[in-house]
Design a protein around this ligand. Sequence first.
Ligand code: ZN
Ligand code: ZN
Length: 79
Amino acid sequence: MDELESKECIVCGHVEYIYTNAAYCVNCGAEAKNYCTNPYCENNNGRKIDLEPYCKACPDCGGITIFNQLGYFSSCNEE
Ligand SMILES: [Zn+2]
Ligand SMILES: [Zn+2]
C-alpha cells in the first residue's frame, strides 16, 4: 500500500506529495531516496533501506551515499 508524504527534492528543491516508494523526483528525475552505495552493506540491499536525505555517508559501514556520489551536496561549499 502506497503512502503519500511531503518530501523536498535535494537537487531541485521541488516539494511535492510523493509516494514513499517513489525512486525518483517527479520534477527533475533525481534520486528520491538516499542509500548506501556499498554493495556489501545491508543499507544497499535493493534500496530497501533508505537513509536520511542529509546523510553523506552510511551510518552503518561508512560508505558514501548515492546522494553524495552523484554530487547532490556539491552546493555545500565546506571545503
Ligand atoms: Zn528534483
Ligand atoms: Zn552502508
